[in-house]
Design a protein around this ligand. Structure first.
Ligand code: NAI
Ligand code: OAA
Length: 360
């Protein structure tokens, strides 16, 4: 890129900082994560309109939020029929809607009911705001993001750089647990977490934590399992009706980063589960991303792994492949070719070990 173009781009960015008219719509806003998430988004000076939607009545929540003395205006729409109105002119759509009671069951069990809910919502997004960035928090992320991509493709509204499965809760947890072990301030710690968002597919890359840190093998195993089992541990301890606060915090951080990037702020990096070419067998993967005005500006790829990290990553690959396929197949498009056939001639890129024994 020429120096002239670089200057032009930087001027464009500076002019677009704080651009007005940023409408963020949260679908499923009356839920347990939706409410604290909206409270946090209402405090962002970068959002002009926070539109909240739920199938449940939501005007009281909107009124309550509008009593907060920040510039962001909250608009409310409830009921399925009013979703198109809520979505119109949205630049970012956040989906936290889920079928009743699915927050305490396994990802496997919630796939069926939640895929129905998300499918309906995404079809409306494709019709009413096809250019909006979509941030999906509803689980199971590993299968729902591929499903949403296929729905959007069918509707001619797919932008691979504009669809994100929110996984940075795992990064938030990793930063916290590493800070506890190392005696550091959590705000100063940055741990890359890659893979997917389920106990078997979350890969915290502790060897690349910043600031650089030494861990014993026992610490590595404890931190990794605390991150992977965080959801289960919370379900055991918290009454089901209480709010998932750290989860809402992580989602809010992701949305605010996305809004910043869309408004032209430089150097915005967050991890998310996205369409990806980083790994030869996985069409979706969570990795750190450089975000920009058009969504993903650059996929920062996989960090360097230790032997342990490589091993847990390799074990996650077949699980992720099955999760991804489940989402893609749900829209009835195709069956992916088997990525590794033991009888086929050797491939240029070696299959990860364990691949061929994968459970299907
Ligand atoms: N990716 C992540 O980091 C996180 C993901 N989650 C996921 O977010 C989802 C929501 O969790 P909770 O708020 O605890 O559940 P919840 O059951 O408390 O809330 C879900 C809300 O969605 C609404 N809803 C259902 N169908 C709808 C539709 N068609 N249109 C609009 N609204 C609809 C419900 O009325 C309800 O208010 C779950 O799938 C959970 O696993 C939660 C926290 C973090
Ligand atoms: O499923 C949920 O409620 C939230 C979640 O993703 C997690 O805790 O990792």
């Amino acid at each position: 890129m020429s120096v002239f173009n670089k200057i032009l781009m930087s001027l464009k960015r500076n002019f677009s900082y704080g651009r007005s008219g940023m409408k963020v719509t949260v679908v499923g806003a009356a839920g347990k994560i939706g409410q604290p998430l909206c409270l946090m988004l209402k405090q962002s000076p970068l959002i002009d309109e926070l539109c909240i939607h739920d199938i449940k009545p939501i005007s009281g929540l909107g009124l309550e939020l509008n009593h907060i003395d920040t510039k962001c205006k909250v608009s409310t729409h409830s009921g399925k029929d009013n979703l198109p109105l809520a979505l119109q002119n949205s630049q970012v759509v956040v989906i936290v809607a889920a079928a009743p009671g699915t927050d305490v069951i396994s990802y496997e069990e919630m796939w069926e009911p939640n895929s129905k809910v998300v499918r309906e919502i995404v079809s409306e997004v494709a019709k009413n705001c096809p250019r909006a960035f979509i941030a999906l928090a509803t689980n199971p992320i590993n299968s729902l993001v591929p499903m949403v991509s296929e729905i959007l493709k069918k509707c001619g509204a797919y932008n691979p750089n504009g669809l994100f499965g929110i996984t940075n809760l795992d990064t938030v947890r990793a930063n916290t647990f590493v800070a506890q072990v190392q005696g550091l301030e959590p705000e100063c710690v940055m741990v890359p977490v890659v893979g997917g968002h389920s106990p078997e597919t979350i890969i915290p890359v502790l060897s690349q934590a910043k600031p650089c840190a030494e861990f014993t093998n026992a610490e590595i195993e404890n931190i990794t399992s605390s991150i992977r089992n965080a959801r289960e541990n919370i379900i055991k301890l918290k009454p089901p009706e209480s709010g998932p606060l750290a989860k809402a915090f992580a989602s809010a951080r992701f949305i605010i980063s996305l809004v910043k990037a869309v408004q032209g702020y430089p150097d915005v990096v967050e991890s998310a589960f996205v369409s990806s070419k980083v790994h030869p067998f996985l069409r979706y993967l969570s990795t750190p991303l450089l975000l920009g005005p058009n969504g993903i500006a650059k996929n920062l790829g996989l960090p360097k792994f230790t032997e342990f990290e490589q091993c847990i990553f390799d074990n996650a690959v077949p699980v992720l492949a099955v999760d991804i396929k489940k989402g893609e197949k749900a829209v009835g498009i195709y069956d992916l070719p088997k990525p590794c056939d033991p009888c086929a001639p050797p491939r240029e890129t070696p299959c990860p070990h364990d691949w061929c024994e994968m459970k299907r």
